[in-house]
Design a protein around this ligand. Sequence first.
Ligand code: MUC
Ligand code: MG
Length: 375
Amino acid sequence: MNIHSVDVYILDLPTIRPHQLAMHTIVEQTIVIACITDEEGREGWGEVATIGGASYGESTPEAIKVNVDTYITPHLLGENPVHFDKVMHDVSLHVRGNHFAKALVETAVIDLAAKIKNVPAYELFGGQIHSSLPVAWTLASGDTGKDIEEAQEMLHQRRHNIFKLKIGKGDPYQNVQHVLEIQKAVGDQARLTVDVNQAWDEYTANDCIAVLEDGGVSMIEQPLPTWDQEGMSRLTSRFKVPIMADEAANTVQDAFQIAKYRAGNSIALKVCKAGGMTQTKKVAAIAEGAGLGLYGGTMIESTLGTAICAHLYATIPGFTFGTELFGPLLFKDKITTNPIKYENFEIVIPDGPGFGMEIDKEKVKHYARAWKVMT
Ligand code: MUC
Ligand code: MG
């Protein structure tokens, strides 16, 4: 049952429409997947998603692959996947940082461990507290009219009634008007949040958040750059509307600092940012201890990566802000034979064994940048 091989693939998956963030517009989303086999030939699959090369964060897809192949794989071969915490601790003694790369291999090891035990992965984290979770949709077409149409369609289909608006690109004051127009159009049928993706300075944030708060917006995500913890702290005490740390909240140490200095009163969890599922659960525990609100975040993963996050989030009690595990709905195609189900404004947690997803190897082959023949 020990680990026999580790293979990493970079895939570019087309989206159904451009998805505009402060630093990048996604038309093809790049995910990195890993297949880890044991000596009996069983497979575990992991995934992390990245946004816009090096523009969103430091972990580029290419660096993730090189660092797994070169520095992490030697510490995995011959190890028992069932002891995934011990395996990842050993990796951490030899590899600093590289949270996305660590999350990629840890999730593949956990899929394998859960398949060996023939249980869903959430069983390895204490069992399901939620069988489904609320799921937000991001309106980011870059056009107010299109965003309103999209929101109304989502409400009509009962798919989403929480909408996050990406407002980091362009003129902040025009963007605030864009939010207010959408808020007016959806009325009390939906809850609106905004994600600034670090694009404002504190003066702009003071002006804009005051208007957004008055307009009924229910959460402001990462308004300031990650380095500006003091600014985040001042905004948190100045406004009633919750201020969420996303790009600034990666590791357990980040979560502790945010809690200590109140540099935000809520945190977006993401399995990739923390360096894996175990670390993400620890971040959630720090947030719980500090009374911070939690959000089940995404980096816009495919069906596989979404199932991974869903399995972990299912074991965490309090998601004040629900989740945003909408990734599969933004892709034109999927790399698993089975879909992720969405019903009644919620994502349904897939069942195992492992993450409960069947990999479609033809699709992986089709979208992979370079293909190594799989056995
Ligand atoms: C982010 O910053 O939250 C998540 C949803 C979305 O539209 O973008 C991502 C990244
Ligand atoms: Mg964000």
